[in-house]
Ligand binder design. Structure first.
Ligand code: ZN
Length: 343
């Protein structure tokens, strides 16, 4: 069951794939950025608005079904983590994401709340569930002042010691309104990579660079780190991607979607060096097309279109494209999974 779209939207989405993407998408796709929630994962009577579509859960079974529809005929897998929201039951979320992962297609990261977690708790959870790494979030770090959270508050020393020692993945959604443009953020990313070379740091959403000014010039002091990667989740701006593909080795670029949000209809757009989303359904992060002027496709299809355009402009080979969509992330995940086994 695909609750995301009306029948008309679903057919329109499939048409985008068959007409524009079928000959571009490789056979295997590994999504490095997926959110999972157990059947009781959200607050009672408070469904989560996923791009304007209310959902009450997002289980591995729902993901499996959606991947079948989103990527017809492709072999798919994903790196998964819960909903990073301090108002939800993070322990319950982590327990489900960890215990229900199959370690064949779907691999789990653990949400990290620096105030409520401890080194003992995190180590015990890794031992029990085989988490391949950590998913911190600004909202956990400084709940009363989220916009000013800093990376070391999201990832305290004791957490990075574990990530370094066990050579884990850290899925980092960088804080602060200026994102990569913020010199403090970039300095703290460099310190993280240098101080904890065992940790494998993924900058989610290309460091939240959804608009061209948000990335231009800001990879110069980040591209040298062998343990720093970039995921493409929810980026739908081909010039941002083309810039990334030219500036960093393609082995550092990981396909990610932000499913389930990416399954809703809409598009991220740049306007005057800023970005917003435009959606057919009202959503807190978006401008809504209330007049019904546009026919939309999914955020995911817009991202795939942008990857295609950027790959063409940046001159990526078929091998580069296969690596970007699958091998880079899958190899990273399998290297960690080969060492970290649930007990
Ligand atoms: Zn996400």
């Amino acid at each position: 069951m695909n609750a995301w779209n009306t029948a008309v939207e679903r057919d329109a989405n499939l048409a985008v794939i068959s007409e524009e993407l079928e000959d571009f998408l490789p056979e295997k796709i590994f999504d490095a950025h997926v959110h999972i929630a157990p059947p009781d994962g959200f607050l009672p009577d408070r469904p989560f608005s996923c791009g304007g579509v209310p959902i009450t859960s997002y289980t591995y079974d729902e993901l499996s079904e959606d991947l079948r529809i989103a990527f017809p005929g492709r072999e798919t897998g994903a790196l998964c983590f819960g909903w990073p929201d301090p108002k939800l039951n993070t322990e319950r979320n982590n327990a489900y994401v960890g215990s229900a992962a199959d370690f064949k297609r779907f691999f789990p990261l653990r949400l990290l709340d620096p105030h409520r977690d401890s080194a003992e708790k995190v180590r015990a959870d890794i031992g029990r569930h085989g988490f391949l790494g950590l998913k911190p979030y600004p909202d956990y770090a400084r709940p009363s002042d989220v916009p000013n959270a800093e990376i070391p508050e999201m990832l305290p020393e004791w957490a990075m010691e574990i990530a370094h020692e066990l050579r884990l993945i850290v899925m980092l959604h960088i804080p602060r309104s200026k994102r990569l443009e913020d010199p403090l953020n970039r300095r703290q990313i460099r310190e993280l990579c240098t101080r904890w070379p065992g940790a494998k740091i993924i900058l989610a959403h290309v460091g939240r660079a959804y608009y061209l000014r948000g990335i231009t010039g800001f990879l110069d002091d980040l591209r040298e780190f062998p343990n720093l990667y970039f995921d493409l989740a929810m980026v739908q701006h081909w010039e941002v991607m083309a810039y990334l593909f030219r500036e960093v080795p393609i082995g550092k670029v990981l396909f990610g979607s932000d499913i389930p949000i990416a399954l809703a209809q809409g598009k991220a757009v740049e306007i005057n060096h800023q970005y917003t989303y435009v959606t057919p359904r009202p959503w807190s992060l978006a401008l809504c097309d209330e007049k019904g002027k546009l026919q939309f496709t999914s955020f995911l299809n817009e991202e795939l279109r942008a990857i295609r355009q950027a790959a063409t402009v940046a001159g990526l080979s078929r091998d580069d494209i296969a690596a970007l969509f699958h091998h880079n992330a899958k190899n990273l995940v399998m290297e960690v999974a080969s060492r970290i086994k649930p007990t």
